[in-house]
Design a protein around this ligand. Structure first.
Ligand SMILES: Cc1cc2nc3c(=O)[nH]c(=O)nc-3n(C[C@H](O)[C@H](O)[C@H](O)COP(=O)(O)OP(=O)(O)OC[C@H]3O[C@@H](n4cnc5c(N)ncnc54)[C@H](O)[C@@H]3O)c2cc1C
Length: 459
């Protein structure tokens, strides 16, 4: 790899849009994961032509380029393990078209999810993948991670919302993938290949997204169970019964289910809620409550809403780390998975949470640990490995929504062992010089603890 020519980059994107001071490099050297590594420069393009110019330069010099949205990823996707250029895409943040007649919008990748939904609201529609990080996450980052959220059980993940996109290839060429039409059977859907590509193939510079009508009302309910296994049985029965909850959450080990139905008429929602409640009752639930009222819904939701901040306050000596953070397992294995996570945590002397968007089969964890102690990392590494072994053994997958990055590469490579060479061949076809976010996904590290500096102090 050659060194980065700062002056050349300034020629392409302008003096003020290249950062290379030590403090800037630190700011852009991490995301929401445990990892940290410094880039050589940060480039902030404002136009597609500038992206093309940067890619042509980087490709000619074989310099790594890491496209970056808001850096809210949880597993090190934007951490530049081989240095190079961070391509900060937040400057390309225009909503180019909202087309209600044809049911799509076209946006640049730096548009923040909440901003898009604010712009769509007057049209009575919304873009549903919306992760919990929607206040910061960009559309480019969401597509490249196949992000999803609590309501994906009904509305699907980012991949469902993508109709078409424009990308800048590593050699600077601008290509269009997909079609703005609702159906398309015209060969390989390359726009879908970009979903979950984590910046390893090309730079997304425009996305055409479908939207759906905003439901007129929603009803949120809560059911409590004595045993986690009863809540687990209720989850698979609900999902297997033809019910269509808009949300189904397992907030923590207390064996509580939160369920929501939304729609255009109260009759339909009432019917849906009654079906879900009957299933919960069959599995011995108690304490059922539900409400359409916003205030009441907020009260019912309060426990789930406080989960994240509560984790950081659990014990001031313990930091909350994103590790083994978002497995997906079959519905019928949700409760067993939560139990297993706690069993593994206890075995390794760690504090771990297990909560999930159970209607989507998504199980989240956080590991709370004393990050100053090397031994904590050793225990965490073993725990993470055992959790993923369990997830694979029940037919689950390494990541439900946060992606692979660095910290899940080992588990991902075990899960996808038979297709890694095919993935590498696809990457070579897009990126023969391997400049796009190198060292990630199928080329990610086997040992995440040693892959980079860790974003915490250590003895
Ligand atoms: C508090 C919190 C809550 C979260 N909740 C959720 C949740 O509910 N659901 C969920 O799915 N995720 C969640 N996340 C994870 C994260 O917010 C999402 O993965 C989000 O989609 C990342 O968006 P970003 O703009 O920050 O992307 P970044 O983290 O900057 O990048 C993510 C990946 O996208 C690639 N990328 C970014 N822009 C482009 C582009 N233009 N072209 C090509 N590749 C690109 C990057 O190279 C990287 O591989 C959460 C994170 C936090 C911190």
């Amino acid at each position: 790899m050659r060194s980065v020519d700062i002056e050349k980059l300034k020629e392409i994107v302008g003096e003020n849009n290249v950062l290379h001071q030590k403090a800037d490099l630190y700011v852009y050297g991490s995301d929401s994961s445990v990892h940290e590594a410094l880039p050589d420069a940060i480039v902030r393009p404002l136009t597609v032509e500038q992206v093309q110019g940067v890619m042509r330069y980087a490709n000619s010099q074989k310099i790594p380029v890491i496209p970056r949205g808001s850096g809210s990823g949880m597993c090190g996707q934007v951490v530049p393990v081989q240095g190079g250029i961070i391509l900060d895409m937040k400057g390309l943040n225009r909503i180019l078209e909202i087309n209600p007649k044809d049911g799509y919008c076209r946006v640049e990748p730096g548009v923040v999810d909440d901003d898009l939904n604010r712009a769509l609201k007057p049209y009575g529609v919304f873009y549903p993948p919306t992760p919990a990080s929607s206040v910061a996450a960009t559309i480019g980052g969401e597509i490249a991670n196949n992000a999803s959220g609590g309501r994906s059980v009904k509305y699907g993940a980012a991949r469902v919302a993508i109709l078409a996109m424009k990308v800048v290839m590593p050699n600077g060429d601008l290509l269009s993938f997909g079609s703005t039409t609702r159906v398309a059977a015209s060969g390989y859907p390359l726009e879908r290949l970009m979903v979950g590509s984590e910046g390893t193939l090309a730079v997304i510079v425009e996305a055409c997204l479908r939207f759906v009508p905003i439901p007129k009302m929603r009803c949120l309910g809560i059911a409590k169970f004595n045993k986690l296994s009863e809540a687990g049985d209720a989850i698979s029965d609900i999902m297997g019964s033809g019910c269509q909850p808009s949300m189904l959450e397992l907030p923590e080990v207390e064996a509580i289910l939160l369920y929501e139905a939304d729609g255009m008429s109260k009759e339909v929602i009432d019917l849906e809620m009654a079906k879900i409640q009957a299933i919960c009752e069959k599995h011995n639930c108690f304490g059922i409550e539900s409400s359409y009222e916003e205030k009441e819904r907020a009260r019912i939701w309060a426990g789930r809403a406080k989960l994240f901040p509560a984790l950081s306050k659990y014990d001031e000596r313990l930091a909350s780390t994103s590790l083994a953070d978002d497995m997906a397992v079959p519905f019928s294995k949700m409760a067993e998975c939560a139990d297993k996570i706690h069993e593994i945590a206890e075995k390794h002397g760690l504090v771990m949470t297990a909560y999930g968007h159970c209607g989507a089969g998504c199980m989240h964890t956080k590991i709370l640990m004393d990050t100053d102690q090397h031994i904590s990392w050793d225990h965490a590494k073993l725990a993470v490995e055992e959790i993923y072994d369990f997830v694979r053994s029940v037919g689950g997958t390494t990541s439900a929504e946060h992606g692979i990055g660095l910290s899940k590469a080992q588990a991902f490579k075990k899960e996808k062992a038979a297709s890694l060479e095919l993935m590498r061949a696809i990457k070579r076809a897009f990126d023969p010089n391997n400049i796009m976010n190198p060292g990630k996904l199928m080329d990610g590290p086997d040992n995440w603890v040693e892959a980079t500096a860790l974003r915490y102090q250590s003895e």
